[in-house]
Write a new protein. Structure first.
Length: 465
RNA sequence: GGUGCCAUAGCCAAGCGGUAAGGCAAAGGUCUGCAACACCUCUAUCCCCAGUUCGAUUCUGGGUGGCACCUCCA
């Protein structure tokens, strides 16, 4: 497949280091709060990338970390009067609640910073030995001037970065671009013993250390949001490549932002929505649909009306899925007709187009449009006279294509309360007697109970509103 | 100041050299007791101006408008 590589600013054909295997790392959340819709985008995007790579036959090792040592967690622990560890444990649990609802699969491993302190210390020691780090009274900084390739990811020269840098209050650094690898302990903060005294790791070193430990010195794909390009990923490169002299990641993949009214969502602007908040109004699968209907690199505007559009679109997928289920129950013909056999064979073109779209830099928008074309085909061709093999073939293809995107994966609820079933029967009786007033009353009554009725040629159907 | 990105119908959004996918909405129709679902029909001088080309939404140059990074943020 082709992937846009931030490093080269081009779409490139993906070639793994080891045939048939992919090692990828994606920056995970700092666990100090529920995550917001902006965080959700990379989680979903890299989940889909991982699923697609697996679908095409790769064995994927996918690492997504939890940052559980951080200023924001410490602040939060003071606010809530609980330990930093309790804060991070709580929000790791909450992460999985939201991630599950968004249809995000567990990574192969979710490593935590707090469990990788020895690896982090080791990496800093190596950097120090190589003259790429210096210790000032227990604070260790990266010496950016000594890393030749600094700026290669963000396309900035060290000079340009310096001229744009804000005046730093921290004057103990040799250069304003230098960044902390190890922070000296402050009162009331968690700390670990190290060769430089008690303290804790800086923000960037964790990803370098955990990636190396679990995936090796050079990995295939490193992902994250565009805002991580600088400084986070630039610094990761400096640390990883500076300490071992080998390329850190072959493909750097970055997703675009989520905007509110064309402005970046950010904590400082206060215009962000947590996924947990959205879950009050929408099934979070809608959020997944909404995000995947756009290409992962383009910026996306977020609003409730847009989510409603996505919801209606998603329902169309479910209608088709459940219709096939319905037809399969009714189907009597056990063998496909010649006509059907030809049709089943022709279905393959949808799969081809779909894969083509996904292989082109993970074009999920295009892939979804192929699914909608397939849905129209299914709705047109399949009916109560269709044979079981034809329906099964359609079902299998639909399921295959939607599952890679993690969409329309919910199974239909099959049981109804006895009183609901009784009402449906009463309404059928009323309809038969042409008592439409009564039958409409019952329909409204059921609607109020969250049950939508549809009278079809094949009989009455129901679904949850 | 340095570095990137974007501009396609009412809304969202693919396409990126051969006169425009898909979804939502609106309109008309088939089906239906009505409705819903589904299906059919309908909806675009691709921001502007030059240039390259037989041919440009797609490439180049110049505008205009918007966004982001260089500071914690996905």
């Amino acid at each position: 497949m082709k992937l846009y590589n931030t490093l080269t600013q081009k779409k490139e054909t993906f070639v793994p280091i080891e045939a048939g295997k992919v090692r990828m790392y994606s920056c995970g959340p700092t666990v100090y709060n529920y995550f917001h819709i902006g965080n959700a985008r990379p989680f979903i995007v890299f989940d889909v990338l991982r699923r697609f790579l697996e679908y095409t036959g790769y064995e994927v090792t996918f690492i997504q970390n939890f940052t559980d040592v951080d200023d924001k967690i410490i602040n939060r622990s003071h606010e809530e009067g609980i330990s930093p560890q309790a804060v991070s444990e709580k929000y790791i649990r909450e992460y999985f609640v939201d991630a599950d609802a968004l249809g995000i699969k567990r990574a192969s491993l979710h490593p935590k910073v707090s469990e990788h302190i020895p690896e982090i210390i080791q990496m800093i020691k190596t950097l120090e030995e190589k003259g790429l780090a210096y210790n000032i009274g227990g604070n260790v900084y990266y010496r950016v001037d000594h890393f030749r390739d600094y700026g290669k990811l963000s396309k900035q020269s060290i000079e340009d970065l310096k001229s744009g840098a804000r005046i730093d209050i921290n004057d103990e650094k040799q250069s304003p671009l230098d960044f902390a690898l190890w922070k000296k302990k402050k009162e009331g903060e968690p700390y670990w013993e190290s060769p430089w005294g008690q303290g804790r790791p800086g923000w960037h070193i964790e990803c370098s250390a955990m990636s190396r430990k679990h995936l090796g010195e050079t990995i295939d794909i490193h992902g994250g949001g565009q805002d991580l390009i600088f400084p986070h990923h630039e610094n990761e490169i400096a640390q990883s490549e500076g300490s071992c002299g080998k390329p850190f990641a072959n493909y750097w993949v970055h997703n675009g932002y989520i905007n509110i009214n064309n402005e970046k969502m950010s904590k400082s602007k206060g215009n962000f929505f947590t996924v947990r908040d959205i879950a009050k109004t929408f099934d979070l699968e809608v959020v997944r649909m909404f995000l995947l209907m756009a290409h992962y690199r383009s910026p996306v505007n977020f609003s409730e009306p847009l989510l409603q559009q996505a919801q209606t679109a998603l329902e169309r997928l479910y209608t088709a899925k459940y219709q096939m289920l319905f037809l399969l129950e009714k189907a009597v013909a056990a063998t496909a007709s010649e006509d059907e056999i030809r049709w089943i064979t022709a279905l393959d073109k949808y799969k081809k187009s779909y894969i083509e779209a996904m292989e082109d830099d993970l074009n999920t928008a295009d892939a979804i449009s192929v699914i909608f074309e397939l849905v129209r085909e299914l709705n047109t061709f399949l009916d109560e006279n269709s044979s079981k093999p034809a329906i099964l073939a359609a079902q299998a293809l639909f399921g295959e294509l939607t599952t890679v995107l993690g969409l329309a994966v919910k199974e239909k609820e099959t049981s109804l309360d006895a009183d609901v079933e009784a009402l449906i029967e009463q309404r059928q009786a009323a309809r038969k007697a042409k008592d439409f007033k009564r039958s409409d009353e019952i329909r409204d009554q059921l609607l109020a109970m969250g049950i939508v009725l549809e009278d079809t040629r094949e009989g009455v159907k129901w679904k949850k509103a």
